[in-house]
Design a protein around this ligand. Sequence first.
Ligand code: SIN
Ligand code: FE
Length: 300
Amino acid sequence: MSRPERDIVEVLETLDIAGWGGPVHTNMESSAIEALEDGRVIHFPRLAFALSTDEGRFLVPAAADAGAKNVSFDAQAGALKHAAGSAQDLAAMTAMMQRYSEHAVALVRMLLPRYADALEIGRTSFRPAEIAGRALSARKDDTRLHIDAFPSTPTGGKRILRVFTNVNPRGEGRHWRLGAPFEEVACAFVGKIPRQVPGSARVLNLLGATKASRTPYDHMMLNIHDGMKLDDAYQRDAAQNEFSFPPGSTWIAYTDKVSHAATSGQHLFEQTFYLPVRAMADPSKSPLRILERLAGRALA
Ligand code: SIN
Ligand code: FE
């Protein structure tokens, strides 16, 4: 590969935790927080999510609605969405997703206790479809490098922290590309962002197109996300490392800061968390503060 790569230790950190409830070593929290806030992925090579023999039958694309591809679970409400099957299947899938969510919550509480009080629990997802070769518009195509920002869910600056676990039963890794540091990405794309149309955030919110009003921060993040995905030359030439997360392993990252692309793999669990910037050990490392420094004004 001719495009530049970074030293893998700048991109990925490995932590040897074997159980969702620990134990962790005393210095693990500060090094984990530093790695995450700097924009590195933390990989736990031995942290697996065990499925029961019965649950193994859900490892087929047909477990999710054909249109949705992913099963989604709201742990607060106990609500399962986009799952396909009998009432009994849905109950079993709910229990499986609930258990993954509880494990992910236990992991972040144990590893990152300083975040515990401020952390908001978002959606849990189960992704039983192969991601390579899917036909999607460039904007929706997560096989292209991007930072996470979603049209319907503005965060207003809150961090997006995600836990991922590969449960592939055939030994297949989840193949990711990891791109340049956020500051570099931001510098490459902020100059091309169109002005947010005055009043548009309010209209989108009134129409129910967004779950909260889109702040100038959300506008910039969405445009960086789209700018990256739509730029073929950037996808081809940007600095990037490839890494395959083996089945039976877990990883965690601030996906609003880490540029990432998932190029192949099947059968993944994921839990999303949101964290207010003020709860970070170093808020100046947040995308919000970085973009505010570049823009020279408050963005949220
Ligand atoms: C993404 O967050 O872009 C996709 C991650 C994955 O499904 O592996
Ligand atoms: Fe993503």
